[in-house]
Write a protein that binds this ligand. Structure first.
Ligand SMILES: Cc1cc2nc3c(=O)[nH]c(=O)nc-3n(C[C@H](O)[C@H](O)[C@H](O)COP(=O)(O)OP(=O)(O)OC[C@H]3O[C@@H](n4cnc5c(N)ncnc54)[C@H](O)[C@@H]3O)c2cc1C
Length: 380
């Protein structure tokens, strides 16, 4: 098995490093986090460097890179600033990938080249007040009209919807249907009349704004339907199985950054006339943190390889998501302990990693649900 990163991939990672240092250095990431600033403005910068083109086929203006290259980029972006990888993944994974896999040829021709140029952004609207893990309980309805569809309902916790151009929204199209059948996805322009939005407060991921969205008699054209009618949920679940590698890359990048912060502190900080890195308990803790990250990283590269090789990856991407999110939770918790009062200071990067980290064991499908999926794949 070849574990080497190719020279092309190294070059792309070098581009990421230079781009982030130039446009979004650590002090800018800190400033944006403190200001709860939306970061859609990163998209044209990523586009300019060719990063947005990576996951897409050449016919739409893409570079047709493999999955491993894309997750390497996501991991490196997250190491510089989690929000950079989130903004990138929202397009490269959710919006763009869903469009590529399930959009009509007309939708792809119209939207993908613009997305690759950094001109468009998407939000993924699945969750409802009564439909979290049980996504099949979604009640938001789309009813056929003479000219298209009329949408009514409510979505909650939708990331970056306030600045998105399109909301990929899951709606029940078969009246009276229950569970995962009878649901369809719609590409809804955010400024369509009848859509109302309010921003939700939360403890971390400040730049990734979260939104409660109301749909009241929202009229969309027939062409807003994305993918086959009634197949929306199975398509969306397939997208999520695939995008778990992105979620894991993001968690691993943040974890590595948190570890570097704790390590630098442990080398610098002196107590009892010694570096605290000389106390065995601190050394071992740092070792356990790096080991958990490396374990998740290896699994990430393996599951990305499975995707690229066209082999089944359902079980492995779920395992990767569990490993990476729990590694991040472990690293940020112990990083805080190593840095003690310095980590708890609002000026420290560690408190941001710690707040951000808490999301990953339940966001995008809780780890309990991932373990159920893995158990099913194991034939239990
Ligand atoms: C910051 C943030 C951003 C988000 N972004 C988006 C977004 O962009 N788009 C979107 O659609 N959604 C988004 N979500 C929603 C997210 O996907 C859900 O929070 C997640 O799926 C869990 O749903 P829930 O919070 O309703 O928890 P619940 O489903 O109510 O779960 C509560 C607890 O019960 C457990 N549980 C539930 N069912 C089972 C079961 N069958 N077996 C065992 N345990 C179970 C869960 O594991 C969990 O521990 C976001 C959420 C947050 C917090």
């Amino acid at each position: 098995m070849d574990f080497a990163i190719t020279s092309d991939q190294l070059q792309i990672l070098d581009t990421v490093d230079r781009l982030m240092q130039r446009h979004y250095p650590p002090e800018e990431i800190r400033r944006r986090d403190a200001a709860h600033q939306d970061c859609k403005d990163m998209l044209p910068v990523f586009a300019e460097a060719g990063l947005l083109a990576l996951p897409f086929p050449e016919e739409y203006g893409g570079l047709n890179a493999d999955r491993l290259t894309v997750v390497l980029v996501q991991e490196r972006l997250a190491q510089h600033g989690a929000i950079a990888a989130i903004v990138y993944g929202q397009l490269a994974d959710f919006g763009g990938t869903s469009l590529l896999k399930y959009g009509s040829e007309a939708q792809k021709r119209e939207l993908l080249p613009r997305a690759i140029r950094g001109e468009l952004s998407f939000s993924f609207a699945l969750t409802e007040p009564g439909a979290g893990s049980d996504a099949g309980a979604a009640m938001t309805s789309a009813t056929k009209t003479s000219s298209g569809w009329r949408i009514n309902g409510r979505k909650i916790w939708i990331s970056m919807a306030g600045t998105a151009d399109y909301l990929l929204t899951m709606c029940r199209t078969t009246k009276g249907s229950k569970g995962k059948v009878g649901l369809s996805t719609f590409l809804i322009p955010r400024d369509t009349p009848g859509i109302s939005m309010s921003r939700l407060d939360k403890v971390g991921n400040n730049c990734m704004s979260s939104w409660d969205i109301g749909f009241e008699d929202v009229e969309v054209a027939e062409t807003a339907l994305m993918g086959e009618e009634g197949k929306g949920m199975s398509n969306m679940l397939k997208t999520l199985q695939y995008s778990r590698t992105a979620q894991a890359a993001l968690a691993i990048g943040i974890a590595q950054s948190a570890l570097e912060t704790a390590k630098a502190f442990a080398i610098e900080r002196r107590q009892f006339n010694r570096r605290i890195a000389d106390f065995q308990v601190i050394r071992h803790r740092l070792v356990d943190m790096q080991t958990r990250i490396d374990q998740a990283r290896l699994m990430l590269y393996y599951s990305s390889w499975l995707v690229d090789a066209g082999r089944p990856f359902r079980k492995e991407t779920a395992q990767t998501k569990v490993l990476a999110s729990e590694a991040l939770e472990f690293v940020s918790r112990h990083g805080m302990q190593i840095m003690a009062s310095f980590g708890y200071s609002a000026e420290s990067d560690m408190q941001r990693h710690w707040r951000d980290a808490r999301l990953y064991t339940f966001g995008e499908g809780t780890n309990e649900l991932q373990r159920d999926l893995i158990a099913n794949e194991m034939g239990l």
